[in-house]
Ligand binder design. Structure first.
Ligand code: GDP
Ligand code: MG
Length: 261
């Protein structure tokens, strides 16, 4: 089912939901304005950018656009940046927290569809799926073939273990119900890219309901800078995260990550 801002507005108003969008940024100067422009402001109470010591004009640009900026004290990494942002969104009283990369890779105009199942009480975590979005947003759109193959393989392994039944676990466009981020001990997660996989392993461990919508996706040089080596590390760490859940569930070894905050 597709939604637009106008259909969703009454839902937001009657439930008094506060939606906060967070953007973990690192050198996003070339793409931030376009990403911000696409965010449906009528649905969103606040947009917060986390700057992880960018070396470009990300901070100045964000401030000039009227975006709230939080700066990491030192370069923490993508996961460390998200921890700062989620804690801030909880402190600000968000009911729904949307995370979108500020690299204009994902289509922020899809936020209403993404959050609808959370507002309706049907899901706790929602992902924008490039795979469901079709080939134009993956291989035909310019996703490197090694990223496509590893995405498919990791997703297969994650579905087998986490059983969230998703078409991909590696998107940079996500939404969380407040309770999810209050429950999951995100502080124990990695400060690196694998944070994104860990939070979904925890979603499964805590029994939260995950869903997805198809989204278009754009590929261009600023939208994708993670190289082969960092992708390999990410893939191996993702598999280790799944294995940890297997060990935890079978009582072979317990991990605090899978125990409530
Ligand atoms: N903190 C931090 N964040 C980064 C770094 N590189 C990328 N990011 C963030 O991670 C997101 C994903 O990286 P990106 O290169 O777009 O990867 P891809 O789109 O998955 O191929 C970006 O939108 C940035 O927000 C980095 O070195 N440090
Ligand atoms: Mg990207």
């Amino acid at each position: 089912m597709m939604y637009n801002s106008r259909e969703i507005s009454p839902l937001l108003r009657c439930e008094m939901n506060k939606v906060i969008v967070v953007m973990p940024a690192f050198n996003a100067g070339k793409t931030l304005a376009k990403t911000y422009q696409d965010i449906p402001k009528d649905l969103v109470s606040e947009v917060v950018l986390g700057d992880d010591c960018s070396r470009d004009n990300t901070v100045e640009l964000a401030l000039s656009l009227g975006i709230k900026v939080l700066k990491t004290p030192k370069n923490l990494g993508y996961g460390g940046n998200q921890k700062m942002l989620y804690n801030e969104a909880l402190k600000a009283g968000a009911d729904v927290i949307v995370m979108i990369h500020p690299d204009w890779q994902y289509d922020a105009t899809k936020i209403p569809e993404l959050i609808a199942p959370i507002l309706q009480g049907k899901k706790d975590v929602m992902l924008g799926s490039r795979i469901l979005g079709g080939r134009a947003g993956t291989l035909a759109g310019g996703m490197p073939i090694y990223k496509y193959i590893s995405n498919r393989f990791l997703t297969w392994a994650e579905n087998l273990i986490l059983k969230l039944n998703l078409s991909e676990y590696h998107t940079g466009f996500r939404a969380f119900r407040r309770r999810v981020l209050e429950t999951i001990p995100i502080e124990l997660n990695s400060d690196d890219f694998v944070f994104d996989s860990e939070i979904l392993a925890e979603t499964a461990a805590f029994g939260f309901r995950a869903g997805e919508i198809p989204i278009p996706c754009r590929y261009f040089s600023e939208a994708s800078e993670i190289d082969l080596w960092r992708s390999i590390v990410y893939g191996l760490q993702t598999l280790w995260g799944c294995l940890k859940l297997v060990l935890h569930r079978s009582n072979i070894k317990k991990f605090a990550q899978f125990t409530a905050r």
